[in-house]
Design a protein around this ligand. Structure first.
Ligand SMILES: *Cc1c(COP(=O)(O)O)cnc(C)c1O
Length: 372
């Protein structure tokens, strides 16, 4: 696929930054739309600083073609509102009792009629009633969902905006997920008979890609909007929106037998040229990446990380093909350089985690720069 590569204007004195390609976000949103067809609304999940991409900029880029934003908590909801898109905002996690009076205007998620009543006592409220069909985290257990809805509809000042469920294994267990989706669809039909206008949603990113026929009224798109497919086989439909870069701060030539970094876990086996980069685990580059074949791109080539990742710095072996690398050069931790690419999924696999954690782990000290 042809890459959209907008120009980024990066100050030479910046040590580490993330380039956020807003046209890639719009491309990914269009890919979600083509997967689910014209009818379902899209809830864009922008929790955790929009998966590390920056809440306000992402919200503004996506707003024209989505209906609702999804966030985890009140401060995130306020950030989305401050971005000025005018779109609805849904809190996806339960609210603390003390937060309930502060949620005016938001769509809040509840797991019981008792929780709904506690919101109603604070004023008029729009609810997303969550039903647990197998996630085991929040929601009313599905057996009791109809009774809970019956009690919710009698509450004064309450509007039942939607009912939803969540999929724990949509990228791993199609049989279990289909069972959930079918049980939820049956329940949704009975709830619609009680509350005709209620909206229905269950799909996260993997669900959107694997079970688009179950899109119902709304889908909740997170990771795919940022250009990472939870199903690696169809990654080429999406464009990663974030590239993470850091500059080389120092180049050195070390003799054979030199220990590199804390614990001296790596010993040079030959005269070795090293580049030191201005990024470490305090920037979100996981310490677990050391000694696992992790590479960084400099000068269009892969160069291995050697020794432990430290808080602010990482050492790269540039002996092979790195003769012309110099302090100030750009290195790519996530993204493309020349014909090479390191994805968040690759880093996640090497660090024994998931791309969600890699992206949301990129810290504030990494400047966000926008284009497109
Ligand atoms: C975070 C979240 C999502 C988005 O999940 P992705 O896998 O990133 O698409 C969807 N629904 C709920 C309830 C969430 O909390």
């Amino acid at each position: 696929m042809k890459r959209i590569a907008p120009p980024f204007d990066i100050p030479p004195a910046l040590r580490s930054w993330a380039e956020i390609n807003l046209s890639a976000l719009r491309h990914n949103l269009a890919a979600v739309r083509s997967s689910i067809g014209p009818s379902p609304a899209i809830l864009a999940v922008v929790k955790a600083n929009a998966y590390g991409h920056g809440t306000a900029e992402v919200a503004r880029a996506l707003a024209p073609n989505i209906e609702i934003f999804g966030v985890a908590n009140l401060p995130e909801a306020r950030e989305v509102i401050a971005a000025g898109t005018g779109r609805d905002v849904m809190l996806l996690s339960p609210c603390l009792p003390a937060e309930r009076p502060l949620t005016a205007g938001l769509i809040v998620t509840v797991s019981s009629a008792a929780e709904a009543a506690a919101f109603a006592a604070c004023g008029p409220v729009r609810l997303n009633f969550k039903i647990d069909t197998g996630m085991g985290r929040v929601g009313a257990w599905h057996d009791s969902a109809l009774d809970e809805v019956g009690a919710i509809v009698g509450l004064p000042g309450v509007t039942l905006h939607s009912i939803s469920t969540h999929l724990p294994s949509s990228d791993e267990d199609a049989g279990f997920t289909l069972g959930q989706l079918e049980a939820f669809a049956a329940l949704a039909a009975r709830i619609r008979a009680i509350v005709p206008g209620v909206r229905v949603h269950s799909l996260n990113s993997a669900g959107i890609l694997a079970f688009p026929a179950h899109a119902a009224d709304i889908v909740r798109a997170g990771l795919v909007l940022y250009g990472i497919s939870p199903l690696p086989a169809i990654q080429d439909r999406f464009l990663p929106a974030l590239s993470w870069k850091a500059r080389v701060t120092l180049v050195r030539n070390l003799p054979a037998g030199t220990g590199i970094s804390y614990g001296r876990t790596f010993l040079t086996s030959r005269p070795t040229r090293t580049a030191v980069l201005a990024a470490g685990y305090a920037d979100g580059f996981p310490r677990q990446l050391a000694g696992r074949g992790t590479c960084i791109l400099i000068g269009g080539r892969r160069h291995p990380v050697v020794g432990r990742v430290t808080m602010d710095q990482v050492v790269v072996d540039i002996t092979d093909g790195g003769e012309s690398i110099a302090a100030g050069d750009e290195a790519v931790l996530i993204g493309r350089q020349g014909d090479e690419e390191i994805t968040a999924a690759e880093l996640a696999a090497r660090a024994d985690t998931i791309p969600w954690e890699i992206l949301t782990g990129i810290q504030d000290r990494v400047a966000r720069i926008y284009a497109g």
